[in-house]
Ligand binder design. Structure first.
Ligand code: ZN
Length: 134
């Protein structure tokens, strides 16, 4: 597997209306997209920082992954996403090295990316996403 860069950092927020002004008015970033990903029960907002993005995640369902995360840990950094050439190949690669994968094959994420998650139990506590624009 070859990682080209950090594609984005996923941050769980209680609500986007409260979070977006902080990123825009305090950090001076510009929110360029808000998108609901029904599949993952989240509404996302995106900011660019160089080649890397900040992905804010608001839960749309308390039983969804972000809803549960916030209930357990409160808002904060949720996951780290690395850009790879091919998500399926990368998932196979890490699985072959004994890493527990949440997704055996890539699925559709926000912004039309193909994504797959590695289990934090196998990644020293960091929920890790692999993604590709192909
Ligand atoms: Zn993500």
């Amino acid at each position: 597997m070859e990682i080209s860069h950090i594609e984005h950092i996923g941050i769980a927020v209680t609500n986007l209306e409260e979070a977006i002004p902080y990123y825009e008015n305090v950090l001076g970033l510009k929110c360029y997209a808000v998108e609901e990903v029904a599949d993952q029960k989240v509404k996302t907002a995106f900011f660019k920082v160089g080649q890397t993005k900040i992905e804010l995640l608001e839960s749309t369902d308390p039983e969804g992954p972000i809803g549960k995360f916030i209930e357990k840990k409160g808002p904060g950094v949720h996951h780290l996403a690395f850009a790879v050439e091919n998500v399926n190949d990368a998932l196979n690669d890490v699985a072959a090295k004994g890493v527990q994968v949440i997704d055996k094959t890539g699925r559709k994420g926000a912004e039309g990316l193909t994504i797959g998650f590695l289990h934090p139990k196998s990644t020293l506590g960091v929920l890790t996403e692999l993604c590709s624009d192909k």
